[in-house]
Structure formats: structure tokens, C-alpha cells
Design a protein around this ligand. Structure first.
Ligand SMILES: Cc1cc2nc3c(=O)[nH]c(=O)nc-3n(C[C@H](O)[C@H](O)[C@H](O)COP(=O)(O)OP(=O)(O)OC[C@H]3O[C@@H](n4cnc5c(N)ncnc54)[C@H](O)[C@@H]3O)c2cc1C
Ligand code: FES
Length: 240
């Protein structure tokens, strides 16, 4: 547990906010911070680490309910109570290029992955107004492809359409986004080395409560917060 001072706070879009916290140490792509949101909100909120380095860690999040509303209101100099980095992140292949796949807010953790891996990125958003972080991805990746569901930015269609036909080029594919997107991607990538970040509602965030259960194909139940949130796609029971 750490007290983390807010060093930068700004809105990326009307609903999406970026907070940089003074937090020394290393973080792996796919790990998250569990952030306390103040009086009356018992549960911490899990948010992926979007960037890390130089004694700071950054989170990018959508303002959804009371917890994220309070976080977005944090000002530079405010102090937040933070647990983390938590969880098991993406694993680098021994050699070869990586394809990063991000859907919506799932693009955020991929920015840290883009810093660490030799990679290309395929990002999908619902519409042009929700497109984010492209100027920060561009210098970190080789090829950057973008799709929007409605075609208002980049290629029209889902992010899976950007991935089809390219799988042979990569030693690993790493994905974060809404579960229906991950499920569809797992079908498209069948037989390819796909790792997925499974976002589950969380209680403790440290493996003690089982709120974040994920069912695997071998029938076992694991914890997204401690055993994940990143799993190999072929081990996840997508009907569980
Ligand atoms: C490992 C992980 C990483 C995440 N990374 C990001 C990120 O980088 N950016 C981002 O915008 N969001 C991320 N989320 C989702 C984020 O945690 C929720 O949007 C947030 O907790 C909502 O809190 P709230 O108080 O604003 O909303 P409310 O709806 O008021 O929350 C009520 C309760 O539900 C829980 N909850 C609601 N939605 C979710 C959800 N989708 N996942 C987990 N718990 C939820 C909250 O923690 C809280 O306990 C992540 C979730 C997980 C599990
Ligand atoms: S949130 Fe408690 S075990 Fe995962």
C-alpha cells in the first residue's frame, strides 16, 4: 500500500481521464493499480497501468460511476491510497514481434506494452470521438492500424478485422478490451499465441475473496486479480 501524489491530471476526452501518480518501481504491461476512492467507498477500483517510468505510473480510465468520478476530480498534489502494481501481466515471447490489440479503454494498458515490446498495434474504438492515445502509440510501434465500429475514423468495423490474415507475422498477440471482443478475437486467433487481459469485478484485488473468478477449460477456477488478469486465450473457458 502506498500514498501516491498526483503529478498530472487531465481529461483526454469528455469521459476519459488521465492521472499520473508519483510511484517508484517497475510495472509489467497488463498489471493494474487498485485505487482507493475516498470516504464511503469501501472497495478500491482496479485500473490498468497505462505507462510507467521515471518514478511515476499513469492510469487512463473512463468516468463511469462514483469511484472514477472522484478519481477524475483529483488535482495535482492530491494524495491517493494505491495498492500495486498487482497481478500477472503479459509475457514477452523469447524472440519475434508482438501484435498488440486494444479495444476501447483496453488500448490504455497496451501503451505500456508498446514501450516494452518490439511490436505493431491494432486498436478499435466505437466511434471517432472515442479514439485516444494514437499520438502516443505512433512513436512506440512499427505499424499502427485503427478501426472504428461506425467507420468515422480508420477502417470501418471491429478490431478483429484488423487482425485477420496477419497472425503468421507474430510471435505473440496480446489483447485487452471488452469480453465480447476478446471472445471474438480468441476465435479469429485459434491456434495462435494469444494472451488476453480478463477484466472482472474485483473485491480485495489480492487473491483473498474470489469475487474475480475466471473459469478455465480444465474446469479449474482462478483469480483474475492474482493469477491474471492476463491468461493464455486457449486456457479460458469462454462459455464459463
Ligand atoms: C484488472 C482491471 C483493469 C481495469 N483497467 C481499466 C482501465 O485501464 N481503464 C478503465 O477505464 N477501466 C478499467 N477497469 C474497469 C474499472 O475498474 C471500472 O470501470 C471501475 O471500477 C468503475 O468504478 P466506478 O466506481 O466509477 O463505477 P461503479 O459502476 O459505480 O462501480 C461500482 C462497483 O463495480 C465495480 N466495477 C464496475 N465496473 C467494473 C468493471 N468493468 N471491471 C471491474 N469492476 C467494475 C467497481 O470496482 C465498484 O466496486 C479495469 C478493471 C479491471 C478488473
Ligand atoms: S478480487 Fe479478491 S480474489 Fe480477486
Amino acid at each position: 500500500m502506498a500514498d501516491a501524489t498526483v503529478v498530472r491530471s487531465f481529461a483526454l476526452t469528455d469521459k476519459i481521464h488521465s492521472l499520473t501518480l508519483e510511484l517508484p518501481g517497475e510495472a509489467s504491461p497488463g498489471q493494474f493499480l487498485h485505487v482507493a476512492c475516498g470516504d464511503g467507498l469501501l472497495l478500491r477500483r482496479p485500473i490498468s497501468i497505462c505507462d510507467a517510468g521515471d518514478g511515476a505510473m499513469r492510469i487512463v480510465f473512463e468516468v463511469k460511476g462514483e469511484g472514477t468520478r472522484r478519481l477524475a476530480a483529483a488535482k495535482e498534489g492530491d494524495v491517493l491510497d494505491v495498492l500495486g502494481p498487482l497481478g500477472h501481466g503479459f509475457e514477452a515471447p523469447e524472440k519475434g514481434r508482438v501484435l498488440l490489440v486494444g479495444g476501447g479503454l483496453g488500448a490504455a494498458p497496451m501503451l505500456l506494452a508498446a514501450k516494452k515490446f518490439d511490436c505493431d498495434a491494432a486498436l478499435g474504438f466505437p466511434t471517432a470521438e472515442r479514439v485516444m492515445l494514437l499520438d502516443e502509440f505512433a512513436p512506440r510501434v512499427g505499424r499502427l492500424d485503427v478501426a472504428t465500429d461506425d467507420g468515422t475514423y480508420g477502417k470501418k468495423g471491429f478490431v478483429t478485422g484488423l487482425v485477420e490474415g496477419r497472425l503468421g507475422d507474430y510471435a505473440a498477440i496480446m489483447a485487452c478490451g471488452p469480453e465480447p471482443m476478446l471472445r471474438a478475437l480468441a476465435k479469429v486467433c485459434a491456434g495462435a499465441p494469444l494472451q488476453v487481459s480478463m477484466e472482472r469485478r474485483m473485491g480485495c484485488g489480492v487473491g483473498a475473496c474470489l469475487v474475480c473468478a475466471v473459469k478455465l477449460t480444465d474446469g479449474s477456477v482462478v483469480r483474475a486479480c492474482k493469477d491474471g488478469p492476463v491468461f493464455r486465450a486457449e486456457e479460458v473457458d469462454w462459455n464459463g
